[in-house]
Design a protein around this ligand. Structure first.
Ligand code: LR7
Ligand code: MN
Length: 591
C-alpha cells in the first residue's frame, strides 16, 4: 500500500511539474496528450491573457454578457436578443485592433450566431395588426450590395432576412458583390450559400469591377424578379414581422416608397438599441446636401389622424427624405420613376436625389412603424472612395442641378467648392426624365412636403454676412455642430460668402443660421455672450432681435450686439445699447 501511495504521489508530482509537457510514462501518455490538446485548442481560439486570468480565475469565458437573461426560460447564445457582449482579454485586444481598422468589431461578430435574435422592439399595437396572407402579398426581392464587408456580418444579414421575412413573401435574396477583394467573400461565400442556404433563394451577383453603391444597386435590381424591391445594407438585422407591413402598404399604395424604422446595432458590442417604440424620427436634409434626422412635426401627426385608419402611432408617416440604405419600393415603379442616376459614382447623394424625385414626381416616402430593422453604424468608411474623390459632394451637385431649381443657389452658398467642379458631368438625361414625368418644382416640395425647412433667403428681412460697419468683423459660427448650444464667434469677414458667416434675420425677427438661433447667455456681469441654441420648428417661439438703425437688439435683455471689448473671437457679445456707439452698428451683406 505504501509503495502504491508513493508511486501515485510521484505521478501527481510529475504532472504538476510538467504543466502539460510530455511525460515519458507510457500509461499516462494519452491523458496528458489529450489535456494538452484541449489547452492548445483553447489557446488558439482565445489566447490566454495572464492579467485577466489572475483577476478572474472563476470564469474561463472570454465574454461578459451585460444583461442577464432568464436562464430557466431559455439558453441564450451570445448576443441573443440583441444584448451587448464585451470581449475580454486577448479576444478584446483583437477586437479593438480590428475595430480601429474597419470601424467594426469583426472579432466579436465571428463569435455571435448567424441566427441570433435581436428582440421584438415594435410598438405592441403592431401585433394586433393583420395583413393579407403572405402568399397573396406582393413578393419581395431583397437586394443586398456589399464591398468588402466582414463575412460574418454579411452572412448574418442574410440569415436575419431569411428568419424574419415570411418565406411565402420572400421570393429571393440577391447579394451584389461590388468588386470586393476580400478573399473570404469569394469561394467561401459561394460554398456557404450553396451548401448551407439551399433552396435557390439566395443568389450572388459578382460585378467584375467596383461600380459604387448606386450602380451596384441598379445591377441587383435588374436581375430581381419579385414584385417589390427591398434594399438593405450588408450589415443589418431585422425585427420579427418587418416584411409584411411593407409589402401590404405597397399592395395598397403602389407609389409609396417605404422605409422601416432604423435601429442602431453598436459596431463594437453589437447591442441592438432603439429610441423606444413611442416615437421615431423622419428624414430631413441640410442645405449642404447632407441627410439628417428630424422630429416628426405635429403637422404630420394631424395628417395621419385625418387620413389613416390604423391607430395613429403605427400609421405610415410621411418622411421628407430617406436615409437611403434600407427601403422598399414596387419594382416596376422603381424603373418608371427613374431608378437612380447611373452616373453617380462611389457613395452618397443618391438618397436625397431619390427622395426629392419621388415627392416631386407624384410618389410618397413613408416610414412604416411596424417594420424595424437594425443597422450597424460605423464611425468611418472602411473603404476608400474611387480616385479619392468627394463622391458624396459631386453626386449631390448632380442632384441639385436636376431637382432644386432656384434653390440650387442655397446649396452652392453652402458648398461653393462644388459650383464649377469639373467632375459633375452632364445631367441632361435626368432633366429630360423630370420633364417626361411632369414632376413638380422644388418650391412645391418645400411648401407642401417640408414646410418646416428653414430657407436662409426666404421669409427673411435680411440675410448674408452680419458685418460690423466700423471694423472687418463678422458673426461666425465656426461651423459648429448645432446639437448643443455653443458660443457665437466674431471673426474677420471672408472675402466671399462662406457658410460659417451666413445668417438670416427672419420675418419673425429671429437671428439664426440653418439650425441654430441666437440667444444671450444669462449672466450678472459682462461678458454677456451670444449663444446659439437649436431652433424650434415654429419660428415664432425662437428668441427675437430688433434690427433698427443698424443696431441688433436682443429682445429679452434689451442689449445690443457689440464688438467693443471683445476678449476672444470665440465670444460674440452684447452690451447696453448706445445709439452713438460705432461698435454696435451692423449690416447684412451678401459679399
Ligand atoms: O463602393 C461601395 N460599394 C458598395 O457596395 C461602397 C459601399 N457599398 C455597400 C456597402 O458594403 C454597404 O452595404 O453599400 C452599402 C452602404 O454603404 P455604407 O454602409 O458604407 O453606407 P452608410 O450606411 O454609411 O450610408 C448611408 O448613405 C449611403 C449614401 O450613399 C447609402 O445610401 C447607404 O445605404 C446609407 N445607409 C443607410 O441608409 C442605413 C441607415 C444609415 C443612416 C442614416
Ligand atoms: Mn451602412
Amino acid at each position: 500500500i505504501v509503495f502504491v501511495l508513493v508511486a501515485l504521489c510521484f505521478v501527481l508530482y510529475l504532472k504538476v511539474q510538467s504543466d502539460g509537457e510530455d511525460i515519458n510514462l507510457p500509461g499516462l501518455r494519452p491523458a496528458a496528450a489529450a489535456f494538452k490538446s484541449v489547452r492548445k485548442h483553447a489557446r488558439e481560439r482565445y489566447p490566454k491573457d495572464t492579467e485577466n486570468e489572475i483577476q478572474a480565475p472563476a470564469t474561463h469565458s472570454p465574454y461578459e454578457v451585460s444583461i442577464q437573461l432568464d436562464l430557466d426560460k431559455q439558453v441564450p447564445g451570445l448576443g441573443d436578443e440583441g444584448v451587448s457582449v464585451k470581449l475580454k482579454g486577448a479576444a478584446k485586444a483583437r477586437g479593438d485592433k480590428i475595430y480601429k481598422k474597419i470601424a467594426l468589431n469583426e472579432e466579436l461578430s465571428e463569435q455571435l450566431s448567424y441566427n441570433r435574435t435581436v428582440g421584438d422592439h415594435r410598438n405592441p399595437l403592431c401585433t394586433k395588426e393583420t395583413y393579407d396572407d403572405p402568399a397573396t402579398l406582393p413578393s419581395a426581392s431583397v437586394v443586398i450590395i456589399f464591398f468588402n464587408e466582414p463575412y460574418s456580418v454579411l452572412v448574418r444579414t442574410v440569415h436575419s432576412t431569411l428568419n424574419t421575412c415570411h418565406p411565402k413573401a420572400l421570393k429571393e435574396i440577391i447579394l451584389v458583390d461590388d468588386g470586393s477583394d476580400n478573399a473570404e467573400l469569394g469561394g467561401k461565400l459561394d460554398h456557404y450559400v450553396r451548401t448551407r442556404l439551399p433552396g435557390g433563394k439566395v443568389t450572388i451577383l459578382r460585378l467584375k469591377n467596383r461600380l459604387g453603391l448606386i450602380r451596384a444597386r441598379l445591377a441587383g435590381a435588374r436581375i430581381a424578379t419579385g414584385d417589390v424591391l427591398i434594399f438593405l445594407d450588408a450589415h443589418c438585422e431585422a425585427n420579427v414581422g418587418w416584411c409584411e407591413p411593407l409589402l401590404q402598404r405597397i399592395k395598397d399604395s403602389r407609389t409609396s416608397v417605404l422605409v422601416p424604422i432604423i435601429d442602431v446595432i453598436d459596431a463594437s458590442d453589437f447591442q441592438y438599441s432603439t429610441n423606444g417604440y413611442k416615437s421615431f424620427q423622419v428624414g430631413g436634409f441640410q442645405w449642404n446636401g447632407h441627410f439628417d434626422w428630424v422630429n416628426m412635426p405635429d403637422r404630420e401627426k394631424q395628417r395621419q389622424s385625418r387620413e389613416c385608419n390604423q391607430p395613429r402611432e403605427i400609421c405610415p408617416a410621411y418622411s421628407p427624405t430617406m436615409a437611403g440604405g434600407l427601403f422598399a419600393m414596387d419594382r416596376r415603379y422603381f424603373w418608371e420613376v427613374g431608378s437612380y442616376d447611373e452616373q453617380m459614382d462611389g457613395w452618397g447623394g443618391e438618397n436625397l436625389e431619390m427622395s426629392f424625385r419621388i415627392w416631386q414626381c407624384g410618389g410618397t416616402i413613408e416610414t412604416i412603424p411596424c417594420s424595424r430593422v437594425g443597422h450597424i453604424f460605423r464611425d468611418f468608411h472602411p473603404y476608400k472612395f474611387p480616385n479619392d474623390r468627394d463622391t458624396h459632394g459631386i453626386n449631390t451637385a448632380r442632384m441639385a442641378l436636376v431637382w432644386m431649381d432656384e434653390y440650387i443657389n442655397v446649396f452652392f452658398l453652402n458648398r461653393p467648392d462644388l459650383k464649377f467642379h469639373p467632375d459633375i458631368g452632364d445631367v441632361t438625361h435626368r432633366i429630360m426624365l423630370r420633364k417626361k414625368l411632369r414632376c413638380k418644382s422644388f418650391d412645391w416640395y418645400l411648401k407642401h412636403i417640408y414646410p418646416e425647412k428653414f430657407v436662409p433667403n426666404k421669409h427673411v428681412r435680411a440675410w448674408g454676412k452680419v458685418k460690423a460697419m466700423h471694423s472687418n468683423l463678422c458673426l461666425d459660427d465656426l461651423l459648429q455642430n448645432n446639437e448643443k448650444p455653443f458660443n457665437l464667434g466674431m471673426y474677420p469677414c471672408g472675402k466671399t460668402m462662406q457658410k460659417s458667416q451666413l445668417f438670416s434675420l427672419t420675418n419673425s425677427q429671429v437671428l439664426r443660421n440653418e439650425l441654430s438661433c441666437a440667444t444671450v447667455q444669462n449672466s450678472d456681469s459682462p461678458p454677456y455672450r451670444v449663444v446659439m441654441v437649436p431652433c424650434l420648428d415654429n419660428d415664432d417661439y425662437n428668441e427675437q432681435w430688433k434690427y433698427e438703425n443698424n443696431q441688433l437688439m436682443h429682445g429679452n435683455t434689451g442689449m445690443c450686439l457689440d464688438f467693443d471689448g471683445l476678449k476672444s473671437m470665440d465670444d460674440a457679445q452684447v452690451a447696453d445699447c448706445d445709439p452713438t456707439s460705432e461698435s454696435q452698428r451692423w449690416t447684412f451683406s451678401k459679399n
